[in-house]
Write a protein that binds this ligand. Structure first.
Ligand code: PRP
Ligand code: ZN
Length: 289
């Protein structure tokens, strides 16, 4: 299907699916309910979405079946496909870890010598073992790695840990960290040659940056006594100087500022002590620089 649209592959079902779709919607793309379809076109953009197994995405992007893809760095490094990583997306953070049943917990890395480790990440695991001079046997399994120890197939596993629920449900404990991962935008190495498609990618990345930085910031509003403006300005952790507005009540001012979302609770008491009232914290949908 060559319609000039940029083809973006995302995970069909898994940790990154919902968040990838949510990000695209926040970027203003109108994507209809995809249910079980493999390809869906955005209604208001020259973009087609392909829903694929995440493990297949790097190769499909390399071969040009998809032009770009949203996938975890774990899969990108494991598959060693010939693609370009265009942008880190800051969500889907997780760790590739070695985990073990409580009666077989390794105490040091050396304890991995002679052990059997089940994983869907044989390449990354091999690099980790080599880098640490360890001799362990790798058993490659494509799914449900976490049940390998209870089936007696392996002593340990090496798999993705995000919330840790999968490990808990299978009575496994984290031991060593092998690789840190988050979602990234990858693109086909030849995409630059297609000016039109490359422009759609640049536009999409700009939209994503604006959505992602907006998520990290909040809009703070409050009323303050006129004479505490200097003190309040000092407390507000804003890069730019806050907006100050006059109120009908001449003894007061309204102050607005964009602040890092995670700083709010550490300053709210100081703001109150300086006389701020009616403090409001609002989400920001987009931030254009
Ligand atoms: C990974 C991994 C676990 C789960 C761990 O699967 O294989 O099943 O995430 O997450 P948790 O710590 O929050 O329970 P992924 O979404 O990558 O899907 P896949 O294994 O089908 O590729
Ligand atoms: Zn996968």
């Amino acid at each position: 299907m060559e319609n000039g649209n940029l083809k973006l592959a995302i995970q069909k079902k898994g940790r990154l699916s919902e968040k990838s779709l949510e990000l695209l919607k926040l970027c203003g793309l109108d994507i209809e309910n995809y249910s079980e379809r493999l390809i869906v076109s955005a209604k208001n953009h020259k973009l087609d979405l392909l829903f694929l197994r995440d493990d297949d995405i790097p190769e499909y992007v390399q071969d040009g079946v998809a032009d770009i893809g949203i996938v975890g760095e774990d899969v990108v490094y494991e598959k060693q496909a010939n693609i370009t990583v265009s942008e880190k997306l800051g969500f889907g953070k997780c760790k590739l870890m070695i985990a073990a049943p409580s009666n077989g917990m390794p105490e040091s890395l050396e304890d991995l010598n002679g052990k059997t480790i089940a994983t869907s990440y044989p390449n990354i695991l091999k690099l980790f073992l080599n880098a640490n001079n360890l001799q362990a046997k790798i058993i490659q399994i494509s799914g449900s790695v976490e049940i390998a120890p209870s089936l007696g197939v392996a002593d340990l596993i090496c798999d993705i840990v995000s919330t840790g629920n999968t490990l808990r449900m299978n009575k496994l404990n984290k031991s060593f960290n092998v690789f840190d991962s988050e979602a990234v935008m990858i693109s086909n190495n030849d995409l630059k040659k297609n000016e039109e498609k490359y422009a759609i990618l640049q536009d999409l990345i700009a939209r994503m940056r604006s959505v992602l930085s907006a998520k990290k910031s909040k809009y703070l509003m409050m009323n303050i006594p006129k004479n505490s403006l200097e003190e309040i300005t000092r407390i507000i952790p804003s890069l730019k100087s806050p907006t100050v507005l006059h109120l009908a009540d001449e003894a007061s001012l309204a102050v607005h500022a964009v602040i890092p979302a995670d700083r709010f609770w550490s300053i709210v008491n100081d703001l109150k002590a300086a006389g701020a009232t009616g403090i409001l914290l609002l989400p920001i949908e987009n931030m254009i620089f």
